[in-house]
Write a protein of this length. Structure first.
Lengths: 320, 258, 320, 258
């Protein structure tokens, strides 16, 4: 049986399958439930300075089993209330990563400092927030903002910091490189793609907020492209996110360059058992493919890292 | 699946409660709920109070802004409906006690109807603030259930909480199971009354809901998510959840006492 | 029966359903075939200065019926050879829009001038090319580039110019506004999303080029979000593209702000009959929804344009 | 569907032609083709030369770089396969003439086998540059077909083009249909020979292919796309396409003469 344990910017994980932020992450019992179901680690809902209700419903729209659009509006109990949930999850043995969101570097740093005291093994920065400094678009789409925020956080906390990159950009690798310069121990990619659904009978957007974020199988190709480009650009480990629901999906991300992955929407369509199933299948698939350890497969689809000879150059900008 | 349907029928059940009927194809079972989108307002979880056939229904009590908007809906107006979601009442008990408080009768009435149709004996304990707010008393009687009533002001039946009625019923008769829906503190009381007698209680719970897909964690309830693991919980599962009847979570996910 | 005819930046179209560039667009007979099947107009494959073979195969990967990844590599016979195909399509009565791609403003202008002499009713600029001036990413992701290219073209040709916007950006509306400033008569959105697929048994990208472009149902929410944002920002008409395969999809785009649409990948999964089917269904749906003319439905999901009262604000940046 | 399979068997049919067998589940019919991905090289359309059962096969003649890479493939090597694509030969004719030039026998042999199994009489006109390059002559004989041979150098059978053999056969016998695959100018000649006699000819065409999904237009052929409307075209459809036997398109889409 292939070894699934990975080290991620200094964090030891029993397997590379992390619960993505925003899914099952508001309560400590749910975090613990994902851990018990086999996740290698669990990431909290993104936590802010104050308690937020989020947007009114409808907050989700589904597309068969291949996509999900959401605009939750970052509901969260606030940083003062939330540590009790982390404590509850840790009491049940979970490896917890704390996710935070803020509107500027100072707020990110304050939140990270607070959450770092709760026993989390790392802090993930949600760098695609709606309330942004800069130009009124997402806080995470300008490399200079990203670098400044990550630096502000890494100079405050000693824990590994993970920068979560938006795909709503022309240059994801540039954002990852900025995070690396800022001192990030790892980058995760991707968050959701900006999307919209309209109900033609009601003549209005389905989601109360209007615009939302697309996740699920539909975005897997986009996530893979981001991870591929980021892997070619930065040295820090990459966490692949987007549309993963099988061991094969995990291996695509791993061969594209991911050392760990996050799984979100698959919990909706397949239930929390998806973690145990993928972990089991993953060992088997690695055995078949001749890898003794998951870590040996990282980046192997890249020409320079173990891809079989004779490959056409697998890089370059997009096409059509 | 999500669909937009016109309301075909509107019935005022009590001064604060209205039933809306609409065409909705997917099969549904009593206990299940739908997410009801009131265009321009909010989307709320609502139990199906009519589950059989093409014409489904919900029965809505005015609580706040959105439920008040639902009251104002007239036949021909459009609603967005997705679902049905959640689990269902187990219909195997032969001697049933049904305990409804407030709008709780909305989900219990169609379940009791099916149980009666399957030959079960059904006793009902029905509570409300006053006589005019007793929901579905006639519907329960029409299905051949024995109905005992309690009102807070004593305007009909026993004065006081319905749980006092339940206590008497449990003492007087043997039941295979109790179904209940209403304020959670009431349901907790019902569980406490039935447990010493070894009678399983099935509670239909309410938690704040957003996705209804077991994802967003809004409806977290101990190790469960009410939207997919519930809304109907047996007393065995409830025993493991310390929050039952004590805490719920507000829309931000903060744990707050009832 | 609702009236499907639309005017698009001065161009009269019998219906709003255009064949998207790159699908059935290399030969005149195929363009004519799409017209005969009921398209309101047909857009040519993007044509460049020289004949290009495109990338080696594999050039496509499919995801059930909801997505398609391609990296064709802009094969085309070259601007000297191609006019015969346009002539063949026009001989069979087709309303043809010519699509061109170049690596800088001068090349775009030369190509547009040449194609403008072939009897096309408009010129679409493919502003998401791999060979880019600027910073080595796509030519179309910098608003200044977009404005310069569009201006170079509009100062050369009198025909309406359509700027086709990339979704691989943080600010699609900004790109559209740049195109409008440059004199575009319309903007079309979106081209494909950057994506990647890896074969885990072969340890390499599936497409010979590596990165490709995602199209089909998977990108419909993204296209809708772009059209929504663009509609709020510019005055010129918007053409919606991405994942359309039904009359309902068309109406989502129309209510989001599109005055016409392009259909590509649906031809793969549903055949060319998709044009006739959608045109038929569209009339019926408009009747049901109470619109006498398709044009009356444009933008009606926006609060300011006919959306029923009481709507929560349907705008703002993305979420998650 | 796309799948990666190991080659299980490799057979050298002629000095320039090799058959590869591999497990591939989807049902396929003679006339259909698959896209064969040679990792690190290209992906090419190849007719299935074995269509029955789980173990499918292709028979590849060395033309350029990629087909040479295919020759070098050994059992255990992996290939990507997607398909099967395209239409199939109609097996209803009772008296069949099969005309194969070069690697054309690859697609005709499995079709002729099924026709024979269904009771049809099959005559074969088989052409090649020289005796050693005659493909599937034994396979045609083994299925009970009468085989007439032509070679460019006269090393076996008639010297010269196979169309001379066809002319004789058409004069000597009555056929319900002719199937042919080979160089397009040869196929056009066959159509011209059969038309005056009123015998339908079914040609398996080759065009440059990329998507094989009827989308990219690489295989445009008049109003048709060879990948989805073909590759088998009857002489009725061919009559409407001026390019048949005269022009094809190079990978850039440019129309070039044969
Ligand atoms: C599974 C389920 C079934 C239900 N079935 C019925 C029913 O059949 N009939 C009926 O009248 N009510 C039912 N409810 C309750 C109903 O969903 C609302 O709580 C109620 O209508 C108040 O809505 P409001 O927005 O008008 O009130 P508000 O003024 O917004 O709030 C009043 C109360 O409603 C709660 N509430 C508001 N939004 C939600 C939400 N999205 N999810 C859950 N609670 C919410 C608030 O937390 C608060 O306690 C059910 C709830 C659940 C979870
Ligand atoms: C439907 C169909 C079925 C075929 N079946 C067989 C078969 O059973 N056996 C067999 O040996 N060959 C078959 N071919 C031909 C085969 O696909 C290739 O043309 C041939 O193998 C040359 O490949 P190459 O790259 O080595 O040659 P190259 O040197 O690249 O080119 C030589 C010739 O092959 C053509 N070619 C190259 N790539 C393609 C492509 N993607 N699509 C079509 N033609 C291409 C070129 O246009 C040129 O005419 C078939 C073709 C088609 C369209
Ligand atoms: C309902 C929902 C809520 C989310 N909330 C957050 C969040 O709070 N913080 C965050 O960084 N990402 C959030 N995400 C994004 C996910 O963590 C993940 O990046 C994205 O969904 C893609 O992965 P998936 O396809 O596996 O879901 C959310 C996603 C969903 C579907
Ligand atoms: C195979 C293929 C080739 C394409 N070629 C071009 C092209 O040459 N020029 C262009 O502007 N867009 C091209 N596109 C993009 C389409 O025109 C369209 O913008 C995109 O596919 C989204 O629409 P769809 O989901 O309906 O396919 C191509 C798309 C595909 C799938
Ligand atoms: S409502 Fe989202 S998990 Fe139950
Ligand atoms: S190969 Fe693309 S259309 Fe036939």
């Amino acid at each position: 049986m292939a070894d699934l344990a990975v080290r991620l910017g200094g964090i030891p994980l029993r397997n590379p399958l992390l619960l993505a932020s925003g899914i099952w992450g508001e309560s400590g019992d749910s975090l613990a439930g994902a851990w018990a179901a086999g996740a290698g680690g669990v990431i909290t809902k993104s936590i802010g300075s104050e308690s937020r209700r989020g947007y009114p419903n409808p907050t989700v729209e589904t597309y068969d089993r291949w996509g999900l659009l959401n605009a939750m509006g970052l509901p969260n109990p606030g940083i003062e209330e939330y540590p009790r949930e982390i404590a509850a999850a840790r009491a049940q043995g979970a490896t917890v990563i704390g996710s935070v969101f803020g509107s500027d570097a100072g707020e990110f740093a304050r939140l990270a400092r607070r959450i770092a005291t709760t026993g989390v093994v790392a802090v993930e920065l949600n760098l695609s927030c709606p309330h942004a400094e800069g130009y009124g678009t997402e806080v995470g789409s300008d490399p200079a903002d990203v670098e400044r925020i990550v630096r502000a956080v890494t100079s405050e906390v000693t824990l590994p910091v993970i920068a979560k990159i938006t795909p709503n950009t022309s240059d994801p690798a540039g954002l990852a490189a900025a995070a690396e310069r800022g001192g990030a121990a790892a980058v995760s990619a991707i968050n959701t793609l900006r999307g919209l659904a309209i109900d033609i009978r009601l003549r209005r957007p389905v989601l109360a907020h209007g615009l939302g974020g697309l996740s699920g199988a539909a975005i897997k190709p986009v996530g893979l492209a981001c991870v591929w480009q980021i892997f070619e650009r930065v040295k820090v480990p990459v966490i692949g996110v987007g549309g993963i629901s099988s061991a094969e999906d995990v291996l695509e991300y791993v061969m594209a360059g991911a050392r760990a992955v996050e799984i979100g929407t698959a919990v909706t369509f397949d239930g929390i058992g998806v973690f145990g199933r993928i972990a089991r299948d993953l060992s088997g698939r690695l055995d078949e493919l001749g890898f003794a350890r998951l870590e040996d497969a990282v980046g192997t689809a890249h020409p320079a890292r173990g891809r079989p000879a004779g490959a056409p150059a697998g890089n370059g900008p997009t096409e059509a | 699946m999500r669909t937009v349907v016109p309301v075909t029928e509107r019935t005022e059940e009590t001064p604060s409660t209205v039933t809306l009927r609409f065409p909705f194809e997917p099969a549904a079972a009593p206990g299940q709920f739908v997410m009801v989108w009131v265009p321009g307002a909010d989307e709320l979880p609502m139990s199906l109070s009519y589950t059989v056939g093409r014409s489904k229904g919900i029965t809505v009590k005015t609580m706040g802004d959105t439920s008040a908007r639902i009251q104002a809906i007239r036949p021909g107006d459009l609603l967005g409906i997705r679902g049905p979601y959640g689990n269902r009442f187990d219909l195997s008990a032969r001697r049933l006690l049904v305990v409804a408080g407030g709008s709780g009768a909305a989900v219990l009435a169609p379940a009791a109807e099916l149980a009666r149709a399957g030959g079960a004996e059904v006793a009902v304990a029905l509570g409300a603030v006053r006589a005019s707010e007793l929901l579905f008393a006639d519907r329960f009687r029409a299905m051949g259930a024995r109905v005992d009533v309690a009102t807070d002001d004593g305007s009909e039946g026993a004065k006081g909480y319905v749980t006092a009625v339940v206590e008497r019923q449990l003492r007087a008769e043997r039941f295979d199971a109790v179904w209940t829906c209403g304020p959670e503190v009431m349901m907790r009381k019902v569980v406490d009354l039935a447990r010493p007698r070894g009678i399983p209680v099935y509670c239909s719970l309410e938690r704040h809901m957003k996705c209804a897909l077991g994802m967003c964690d809004a409806c977290a309830f101990g190790p469960y998510h009410v939207c997919v693991d519930g809304p109907v919980f047996g007393s065995d599962r409830l025993a493991a959840v310390a929050d039952f009847g004590r805490f719920h979570r507000d829309p931000s996910g903060r744990r707050v006492p009832f």
